[in-house]
Design a protein around this ligand. Structure first.
Ligand SMILES: [Zn+2]
Length: 1004
């Protein structure tokens, strides 16, 4: 730009902006205030620890000095991002509270605790003026967030926008091995409070920056322990972070659907309380800064296009400004698809805010390292015109520079455009309320005659936690719904798992349906309709979608995964149904009806039943092996018959859990067996605990007690059956040999235990050496456990383990070659309704599947499955017999009976002649659940090549010795979302010593 033109523009800008009184924030230059002193010593250290000048910016290459506000050095003993310095969460908090005491521009809020009782905080930083007005501003933001409160009046909204200032919420280190953001956020808070440069001042005066410096607090402290161990043992291999939080590892950032973790709830509650316009989550895995605010397609189908435009605007601006600073490797777009709403940041996207996420470059600790990138990381592409360097010395300080610079650029841009974003926030909220009359649907209805009332209530409580309003019909109402495929129009009530009312109604494709009083209605004319719509609707990911690097699950349809009926209603008449808005949490009602000396509980596959069993541990309960009638109603197979139980306690538990108990005089005459509260162990490896963590979440939520053991413990205990009745072994993400061998035994022992150096390790489980696996002795003990009568429950790859190690005669497991079932929902069909595992279920169940193993069953050991018989080459048409020439045609034997893919081929006389390898009938695998046929298999998400798994067994009960191995191809416990399939596991547990009940044995 030539000087005279620049002058022209300056004059124009002056005239224009002084006339309109709009602040010229967008023009503020990123540079320090020459009149403010800098902290020279701190600044020198920043420069020393930054490995090249272009890895810093004019915003962070100095630190302003303050006479009374301490710098991060007060706690760290060095500057933020210094080599060798990784603070515990408590140290980060200590510093934030020092800031709070030193300046009125910082306030610290406690926002809850973690599973292990550690505190989470949010730190607000802004000018005194803004912080003094936080509450009155919040009152305005609440109105903008719920335009019903101002009668959807755009003029009133404009007045509120004019008076309001936005809140920008930044969250750090949810992923514990991504270690840089706590120190970056400490220094950022200092800069925002102290720096008098026009640039930073403009942020402070226009935006409240809200910071949760550590999201995964339990994992952070463990990570610091591991790093400190590494510093103390510089020549040793150090432990991998086998535990992050108490339950799960990276999946703590996939919990915004199930809301199982406290960190998710705490951040969500903070978000819902403060109404920030942005939730910006910091990660470290990509060089040097990938702003995946923009991401790639397919975008989540339920967010407002206003939001997706905001992503583009904010993300590209960020890249552009940092490119001007000369910082290499800053880019947006990338290949992260923005489909799943399960990420922490996405809580903003689904609540009318803006979700953002950075991936910066971390070293997994505070060591300065020479980092060599792969071509895929350093090559130039259209969206990465200034790519990272192929090779560079990289420090934690570099990472802190990138994080802070990018955040300051974002905050400044946001502050300069705060009125635009506030108005957009209002518009998105308003358009969410307008949903029924624009894109629809009008509501989702959860019928009042739901079979699984406790699971239904649990699903609705999860929606309530998202801020969704729930109403309850006070009288029956009739609306048009999509016709149920395969069901006659007059069918009064669908069987569970009937085809979904998923798509918008097409003309002629609808029918009237009357819902009873007590039905729950999730109205879509509410500000948070979007999250309810996204969670309750069905997903469709086209097999030919150009996005092939699918980032996460493609489906999450909550009703299907909860085994609860949810009806999408487009007909706006539903909004006129007589209903009351529910205040308080949705609860299913439970009590004792009638009187008598025997109590009956219908088995409806509600998860509350397992809690009921364990809560009333000493009560004698039996399961009915057949359905029966009593107390004027039908009871399903598996229903509980309780002959002796303390009534007061029974009533109390039934009431708390929402379980209906029927008292009768005398037990019904039906075959029964005991339902027990057995001793359960959940087993983990020392290589990864990510997926089994979701099992612990589910068991703990439902108060199912368990002992937590590792594969290493198996080798130490030759009589496992004396300690446990059931061992649950969730997916491990490793092959069978790795489960046995563990990690290679090269180098030093790797401890995971609580010591004075590592006070946060251990606690969940501990070992002197993480490397050994189960070992062959452990395997022997495990096999003996099953032979002795134990139940071993396996899932996905641990099912393959059980098959490959010979624990399951007659079961085969292989991996698919064409199937693409990428975290989707598939339909399964009941094969053996008399198996206790299927108690309470209907003839069909939707289950989460992620390319699970493809099972087959045989009645013999060693025989492979033959494909369908086709005729051999010869004379005639395809269905003709061939004819040998020169002799009369021989009589052909009866063709073998047709066998479905989930069945074992029947035993022939040839097999029995010398029956080596023929499995006795009582020990043959029993298929209880199978995948549906290709036509019915798809429920939600991406399914390609489904014929490969269609009709194959999904759940197999394999008797072994006196015990059983239960094998899942699907995953019944996933991210707190699959509550509808939990009971398959719980049924197996409660009936562990009677799993053969109802079994029909082959005659030979
Ligand atoms: Zn991450």
């Amino acid at each position: 730009m030539n000087p005279s033109l620049r002058l022209c523009l300056l004059v124009f800008a002056f005239v224009f902006f002084s006339a309109s009184a709009v602040p010229t924030l967008a023009q503020v230059k990123p540079a320090r205030d020459p009149n403010q002193q800098i902290d020279q010593e701190y600044t020198n250290k920043i420069r020393e620890y930054t490995t090249a000048p272009y890895f810093n910016s004019p915003l962070t290459d100095y630190l302003p000095a303050s006479p009374n506000v301490p710098t991060p050095k007060a706690v760290l003993g060095d500057v933020a991002g210094a080599p060798g310095k990784l603070p515990y969460a408590e140290d980060v908090y200590k510093y934030m509270r020092m800031l709070e005491r030193a300046t009125p521009r910082v306030k610290v809020y406690s926002i809850g605790t973690t599973e292990e009782g550690r505190e989470m905080i949010a730190v607000a930083v802004a000018s005194e003026r803004l912080l003094e007005r936080l509450e009155e501003n919040r009152a305005r933001l609440l109105k903008l967030a719920d335009p019903r409160t101002i009668n959807m009046d755009d003029n009133e909204a404009d007045r509120l926008v004019a008076d309001s200032f936005p809140i920008y919420y930044i969250t750090g280190t949810i992923h514990s091995p991504e270690t840089g953001s706590p120190t970056a956020l400490m220094e950022l808070a200092y800069r925002l409070a102290v720096d008098d440069s026009a640039y930073v001042k403009s942020i402070r005066d226009s935006v409240v920056t809200l910071i949760t410096p550590v999201v995964e607090v339990d994992g952070r402290n463990r990570m610091v322990d591991v790093y400190n161990w590494h510093l103390a043992n510089p020549n040793s291999n150090w432990p991998s972070l086998v535990y992050w939080g108490h339950y799960v590892a990276h999946d703590n950032n996939r919990d915004a659907i199930g809301l199982s973790l406290k960190l998710t709830r705490n951040v969500l509650n903070t978000y819902l309380h403060w109404k920030p316009l942005v939730l910006h989550d910091l990660h470290e895995s990509v060089p040097y800064l990938y702003d995946n605010t923009i991401g790639d397609g397919p975008y989540n189908a339920w967010v407002d296009p206003i939001l997706t435009d905001e992503w583009q605007m904010i993300g590209w601006h960020n890249v552009s400004e940092m490119t001007k600073f000369g910082m290499p490797g800053v880019f947006a777009h990338g290949d992260f698809d923005t489909w799943s709403p399960g990420y922490l940041m996405f809580m903003a996207a689904t609540h009318n805010g803006i979700s953002r996420l950075y991936e910066t470059f971390g070293n997994g600790g505070a060591d300065t390292l020479e980092r060599t990138l792969s071509p895929g990381e350093y090559e130039r592409t259209w969206y990465r015109q200034n790519p990272p360097l192929p090779k560079a010395k990289w420090s934690q300080r570099n990472n802190n520079n990138y994080q802070q610079t990018a955040l300051l650029v974002s905050l400044q841009h946001f502050g300069a455009n705060s009125k635009l974003f506030l108005k957009n926030f209002y518009l998105k909220s308003k358009r969410s309320i307008d949903k029924p009359k624009s894109e629809g649907p009008a509501a989702y209805v959860l019928p009042g005659d739901e079979l699984r009332t406790a699971n239904q209530a649990e699903l609705l409580r999860t929606l309530q936690a998202q801020g969704v309003e729930i109403s309850k019909a006070t009288a029956p109402f009739t609306v048009q719904v999509r016709k149920r495929a395969g069901a006659p129009a007059a069918s009064p009530s669908p069987s569970p798992g009937a085809s979904p009312s998923a798509s918008p109604a097409r003309r002629g494709n609808t029918e009237d349906r009357t819902f009873p009083a007590g039905s729950y209605i999730v109205r879509m004319d509410q500000p948070y309709s979007r999250i309810a719509d996204a969670l309750l609707d069905y997903q469709y990911w086209a097999p030919n979608d150009p996005q092939t690097a699918i980032y996460d699950d493609t489906a999450w349809t909550m009703g299907e995964l909860a085994n609860v009926e949810v009806v999408r209603v487009v007909d706006t008449k539903v909004l006129q149904a007589p209903m009351d808005r529910i205040t308080g949490e949705v609860r299913s009602t439970g009590n004792i009806l009638n009187s008598g000396n025997v109590y009956l509980v219908n088995h409806n596959a509600d998860n509350a039943l397992i809690t009921f069993r364990y809560r009333l541990k000493d009560a004698e309960m039996e399961a009915a092996e057949e359905p029966f009638d009593a107390a004027g109603r039908k009871f399903n197979r598996g229903s509980f018959i309780i002959r002796r139980a303390p009534e007061a306690e029974l009533r109390k538990v039934a009431n708390e859990l929402g379980i209906q108990v029927y008292a009768v005089d005398g037990a019904p005459t039906v075959k029964t067996h005991p339902v027990r509260a057995p001793r359960v162990a959940i087993m983990h490896t020392w290589m990864t605990t990510q997926d089994e963590g979701w099992y612990r979440v589910g068991f703990d939520q439902l108060q199912v007690p368990f002992t937590y053991i590792s594969t290493q413990d198996l080798a130490k205990e030759s009589n496992l059956k004396s300690k446990y009745d059931v061992i649950v072994f969730g997916p491990v993400g490793r092959n069978s040999l790795a489960i046995i061998n563990g990690a290679p035994m090269f180098g030093n022992a790797i401890p995971w235990k609580k010591t004075s150096l590592t006070p946060n390790l251990g606690g969940i489980d501990e070992t002197d050496d993480m490397r050994p696996g189960m070992g062959w002795d452990g395997l022997q003990n495990l096999i003996k456990f099953v032979k002795d009568g134990g139940l071993f429950i396996t899932v996905d790859d641990t099912s393959e383990f059980a098959v490959q190690l010979g624990m399951t005669a007659g079961v085969t497991a292989s991996r698919s070659s064409r199937l693409r079932a990428v975290g989707d929902i598939l339909r399964t069909k009941t094969v053996d309704a008399a198996s206790p595992i299927m108690y309470g279920y209907g003839d069909s169940l939707a289950m989460y599947c992620s390319n699970g193993p493809i099972f087959g069953v045989n009645n013999g050991v060693g025989g492979g499955r033959r494909g369908p018989q086709q005729r051999a080459t010869g004379r005639g048409t395809p269905d003709d017999p061939d004819t040998p020439q020169g002799r009369p045609p021989a009589e052909l034997p009866e063709p073998p009976p047709r066998v479905d893919p989930w069945q074992a081929p029947p035993v022939t006389d040839e097999n029995r002649r010398n029956a080596v390898g023929l499995i006795p009938p009582a020990l043959r695998p029993r298929v209880v659940l199978r995948y549906a046929d290709s036509r019915e298999l798809f429920v939600s998400g991406l399914l390609d090549g489904g014929d490969e798994i269609a009709q194959r067994p999904a759940v197999i009960d394999a008797p072994t010795g006196n015990g059983h191995v239960l094998l899942f191809s699907t995953n019944p416990f996933w991210r707190g979302q699959t509550k509808g399939s939990y009971m398959l596991v719980f049924n197996a547990i409660m009936n562990w010593d009677n799993l053969n009940a109802g079994r029909k044995l082959d005659p030979k």
